[in-house]
Design a protein around this ligand. Structure first.
Ligand SMILES: [Zn+2]
Length: 94
């Protein structure tokens, strides 16, 4: 049974590697909401949607409050992405 789906989302970029992000994968029938979590598929950075549904870096105090099971899920995904390596080079920071 299919539990997730990938949908187009407004043009965005990862605030860490500046890779373009215009799709997301989430639970079937859901859309990103403010404060939802995300992981960049290019660099593995753990991110959050802001009120405008743009992606931003997370704050240390937010991370401390994440439930341990959810933390492990995000970190496992990050490890997989980082073990695979970058899909596209990290853009130089301006
Ligand atoms: Zn990234």
């Amino acid at each position: 049974m299919k539990l997730t789906e990938t949908q187009r989302h407004k043009q965005n970029e990862c605030p860490k590697c500046l890779d373009a992000m215009d799709a997301y994968t989430g639970r079937l029938g859901t859309k990103p909401r403010p404060l939802d979590w995300s992981v960049c598929l290019n660099c593995g950075e753990i991110l959050r949607f802001d009120e405008q549904l743009d992606l931003r870096l997370i704050l240390d105090e937010e991370w401390e409050q994440v439930h341990p099971e959810n933390k492990e899920t995000l970190l496992a995904l990050q490890r997989k992405i980082r073990a695979r390596g970058l899909l596209r080079p990290v853009h130089p920071q301006q």
